[in-house]
Design a binder for this molecule. Structure first.
Ligand SMILES: O=C(O)[C@@H](CO)OP(=O)(O)O
Length: 249
C-alpha cells in the first residue's frame, strides 16, 4: 500500500474576502499561515515524512508547502511546481465577490459556476489584463492549452494528466509525496481517482489547510482517504467552503 498527502492551501486574502480567486496570485492571510503551520504539525504528529513536495505556481500553494515543510524540518527536500496544479481558472469571475455575484445572477447560477462539473465561468477576453498569456510564468503553455476560464472537467483533464505523468512514477518508486494545491484542483483529483458521481462531486468541498491522506493499492487505485485532525473542526471548515455566505459573518 502507498500513501500520499494532499492539502489545500491555508486561507488566502481572497478567501478571507469571499472573492473568486482562480489563477489570481494572492498570498495567504495571517490565519492561512497559521493553518498551514498547524497542518505541518498534524502531519508530523501523525508520523508522516516526505521525499518530495509539489505545489502549483501560485504563491498561496507554494507558501503552504513551505510552512508545512518547515514544521517538519524538511525545507531542504526537492520540490516541483507546475501550472497543472493551479486552481481552476475562474475566467471573468476572478476578483468578483461571491456574495455580489449571487445577488446579481442568483444562487442557482452561482452554484452552477462554483460546483457543476461541466459549466464554464464567463471566459476572460484575450486582451483582458488578467489574461495568463501576459504572465511570464505561463510562457511555456501552448496556445491551445492556456485557459481563459475552466469547467471542473477541464481541470480534471489537466490534473489527471499531471497525476499520471509526474506523480504516479514517483509513487511507484516509493517516494513519500506532499501535494499542496487548491480546493478545485483537489476536487478534480478526487474525481479523476475515484470517478465519483456528479451529485457527490457537487457536494464535495475541501477545507483549507487540513491534510488529506490517500491510501492507494499496489496498482495506485485509491483504497480510502481521510483527513488528519478533529472531526468537528474539519466539518465546520468544510461547511464554510460550501457556503461562503456564512464565512466571516
Ligand atoms: O475562488 C476560488 O478560486 C475557489 C477556491 O477559493 O472558490 P470556490 O470554492 O468558490 O470554487
Amino acid at each position: 500500500m502507498y500513501k500520499i498527502i494532499l492539502v489545500r492551501h491555508g486561507e488566502s486574502v481572497y478567501n478571507q474576502q469571499n472573492l473568486f480567486t482562480g489563477w489570481t496570485d494572492v498570498a495567504l492571510s495571517d490565519h492561512g499561515i497559521e493553518e498551514a503551520r498547524i497542518a505541518g504539525r498534524l502531519i508530523k504528529e501523525a508520523g508522516y515524512t516526505f521525499d518530495i513536495a509539489f505545489a502549483s505556481v501560485l504563491k498561496r500553494s507554494i507558501q503552504t508547502m513551505h510552512y508545512i515543510l518547515d514544521e517538519l524540518d524538511l525545507l531542504w527536500i526537492p520540490e516541483q511546481k507546475s501550472w497543472k496544479l493551479n486552481e481552476r481558472h475562474y475566467g471573468a469571475l476572478q476578483g468578483l465577490s461571491k456574495i455580489d455575484t449571487a445577488e446579481k445572477y442568483g444562487e442557482e447560477q452561482l452554484h452552477l459556476w462554483r460546483r457543476s462539473l461541466t459549466v464554464r465561468p464567463p471566459l476572460l477576453k484575450k486582451d483582458d489584463p488578467r489574461s495568463p498569456r501576459l504572465e511570464m510564468r505561463y510562457n511555456q503553455i501552448p496556445d491551445d492549452q492556456i485557459p481563459y476560464g475552466e469547467s471542473l472537467k477541464d481541470t480534471v483533464d489537466r490534473v489527471g494528466e499531471f497525476w499520471h505523468d509526474c506523480i504516479v512514477p514517483l509513487i511507484q518508486k516509493k517516494e513519500h509525496i506532499l501535494i499542496a494545491a487548491h480546493g478545485n484542483t483537489l476536487r478534480a483529483l478526487i474525481k479523476y481517482l475515484e470517478d465519483i458521481d456528479e451529485k457527490t462531486l457537487t457536494d464535495l468541498n475541501i477545507p483549507t489547510g487540513i491534510p488529506l491522506v490517500y491510501e492507494l493499492d499496489d496498482d495506485i487505485n485509491p483504497i480510502r482517504r481521510f483527513y488528519l485532525g478533529e472531526d468537528e473542526h474539519i466539518e465546520r471548515k468544510t461547511n464554510e467552503v460550501a457556503n461562503p455566505h456564512n464565512v466571516n459573518e
